[in-house]
Design a protein around this ligand. Structure first.
Ligand SMILES: [Zn+2]
Length: 613
């Protein structure tokens, strides 16, 4: 469907095409006029297997290489890529849907012998934990009848050897990829995406053109810095996970809610399972308990056993090691400096699942609160715990606090709440604790009372539409391609961006394997994409730019009046500064929330001074 009217931006929907073997449309020839061609190889109208091929005159690159946890194809579609063709891989962050396919790329020899994998230091560390864990699961599954092993230990080792971990840098590709022509260049830049420790948006620039990949955008965490402003670009590949949601529920309220619900349940001796992404979400949850458990009286505290399991264990170590400097929020940095805390993500009384007898933990006096991957109950320890819960308890609690992709057990539980069913029968990819992995993909079928399930929507690591739109406005591209989102989310976002992002003339939705050209913008506006970054705009709630009434501010005011006003402003700024200091020590606020407090204060200040309406 192409909607193309005079006063509306055209947006193009391409249905995901199933290409046949000889039909993969890869005749691409980037060069003058078309410096980049981007071919999505996964992560188009889906949250999973993100992978985008970036063709340039100076090599073939991949942005991310993830796998799919839900239904649909498991790996990205690599057809048409020759052996050794890929000159480097760039990773936005270490979630499995962005890095899980790296060993397959290795086993298929798609990377050139010296191709580096360029990313941030925390992403390297987390990806290493993730890929080793993923290999273990892959090998276990491959032993089952009818399954084959697609990659080996050696492939994972080779992948890890290729990593070139850095900070949030801007650099020339020549420094990383051998044998490129020296005169002309391709530049890349990583900026904080506020989604996961080490997460980044990535900008590429060559031959007078720039393209930005948003990666997954966050801005909602209390342990990460806010999203860094991206540069302007001709084209933007934007994630759309929550494109249909203008704003999420408050993250800080949700944190308090999860904590108090868990403690109330534990006081009633009802066990709690919080299925959780091992990387990121688990640490966010542990940080909630870290900050609050010490407020409980000793009796209550000793009744609770907080368990974190599976990949959350290794990832928590990595978080404790790497969450500092440019990668951590100010509250974490303060905790380290003022309290000498070197394990900000580990509550004193948390037990790693590997160090305890898990079955005993479910039977003993203390009530377990369990944080275990996977967040969608699609693998890991969470499904095993749920099988045990179903068998042992009359009443228990399942807290769903992450995104549940289509086709996962987590989504089935979520749907059961909406259907208001009394119970739900669900097949989990697990056996009982101690019985290993299931023999077939069928796993164990259990019946779960729907009243056990609670959904918390405020903790998403993904920004809602407002965040996506602000990001798009800063990039001010001519073209936006929506990726990483289900079709209805993308449509909602496309319509909104078409309406509200002035620079945009076209928005693409869908288009798996569609070669998308990126061209320098056509307008002869002197405000080209490659000018310096814009100053961050202050936007009010109604999305209008704050405008200063210049007549009042400069002309109608005599000098002494101006001096008075400057004094008032200075005092007010000092007050804001002090409040900011307090807020920064309060770990319940995220950087984004602190910013919005400051923004509100400044607005009311400017309003008081009659500088804005
Ligand atoms: Zn992610």
């Amino acid at each position: 469907m192409t909607g193309d009217t005079d006063d509306q931006v055209a947006y193009k929907t391409t249905t995901a095409t199933e290409y046949t073997e000889d039909d993969v449309p890869l005749a691409v020839d980037p060069g003058e006029g078309t410096p980049f061609i981007v071919i999505p190889r996964g992560g188009v109208q889906e949250v999973g297997r993100s992978c985008y091929q970036l063709e340039t005159k100076f090599g073939t690159y991949l942005v991310d290489a993830g796998l799919n946890q839900g239904d649909g194809g498991q790996f990205p579609d690599f057809r048409g890529i020759d052996e050794g063709q890929i000159d480097a891989v760039f990773l936005t962050h270490a979630h499995i849907d962005h890095v899980g396919a790296l060993p397959v790329i290795e086993s298929r020899n798609l990377l050139s012998p010296r191709a580096p994998i360029i990313t941030t230091r925390p992403t390297e560390a987390l990806a290493s934990t993730l890929l080793k864990d993923s290999l273990k699961i892959h090998k276990e599954k491959a032993e089952k009848p009818g399954r084959e092993q697609l990659y080996t230990d050696a492939d994972v080792r080779k992948v890890l050897d290729r990593f070139v971990p850095r900070g949030y840098i801007r650099s020339d590709i020549q420094d990383y990829v051998p044998n490129l022509p020296e005169q002309e260049t391709l530049t890349f830049e990583f900026g904080n995406a506020g989604h996961l420790l080490g997460s980044a948006w990535i900008a590429f620039e060559t031959m007078g053109s720039r393209v930005v990949f948003s990666g997954d955008l966050g801005g909602r965490s209390n342990h990460l810095p806010d999203i860094e402003d991206p540069p302007k670009a001709d084209s933007l590949f934007l994630e759309a996970t929550y494109g249909g949601t203008e704003n999420h529920d408050s993250a800080s309220e949700t944190r308090t809610e999860i904590y108090s619900d868990a403690i109330t349940a534990a006081r009633n001796q009802e066990p709690v399972l919080i299925p959780s992404f091992g990387v990121g979400r688990s640490q966010e949850l542990l940080y909630i308990f870290k900050n609050r458990l010490h407020q409980l009286d000793n009796d209550t505290r000793s009744q609770i056993q907080l368990i974190y399991d599976g990949m959350a264990v290794g990832a928590t170590n990595t978080y404790n090691q790497h969450a500092h400097g440019e990668f951590a929020s100010e509250s974490i940095r303060n905790l380290r400096v003022s309290n000498g805390e070197d394990q900000p993500f580990l509550p004193d009384q948390a037990d790693a699942g590997y160090h305890i007898d898990r079955q005993d933990a479910l039977d003993n006096e203390r009530t377990p609160i369990i944080i275990a991957p996977s967040g969608m109950l699609a693998g890991g320890w969470a499904p095993s715990y749920l099988v045990e819960f179903a068998d042992r308890y009359d009443h228990a609690n399942i807290f769903l606090c992450g995104f549940q992709a289509e086709g996962t057990p987590g989504r089935q539980l979520e749907d059961a709440i909406d259907a208001e069913a009394g119970t739900i029968e669900i097949t989990l990819p697990a056996l009982r604790l101690g019985e290993g992995v299931p023999d077939t993909d069928d796993g164990t079928t259990v019946e779960i009372p729907t009243e056990w399930i609670t959904r918390y929507s405020g903790l998403s690591a993904h920004g809602a539409r407002q965040t996506l739109r602000e990001f798009a406005r800063m990039v001010s591209p001519e073209e936006i391609t929506l990726v990483h989102g289900e079709p209805d989310q993308q449509r909602a976002l496309a319509a909104n961006l078409a309406d509200k992002v002035e620079t945009v003339t076209g928005i693409r939705v869908g288009g798996m394997m569609d070669a998308t050209p990126v061209r320098p913008r056509t307008d002869d506006d002197s405000d080209s994409a490659l000018t310096d970054r814009p100053a961050t705009k202050l936007l009010d709630e109604a999305e209008h730019e704050l405008t200063f009434d210049e007549t009042t501010a400069a002309t109608d005011m005599d000098h002494s009046d101006l001096v008075d006003r400057m004094d008032t402003l200075e005092m007010a700024l000092r007050t804001i500064d002090a409040e900011l200091g307090v807020a920064r020590h309060d770990d319940t606020f995220s950087e984004a929330e602190i910013r919005s407090i400051v923004r509100d204060e400044m607005r009311s200040l400017l309003r008081d001074e009659g500088l804005i309406d």
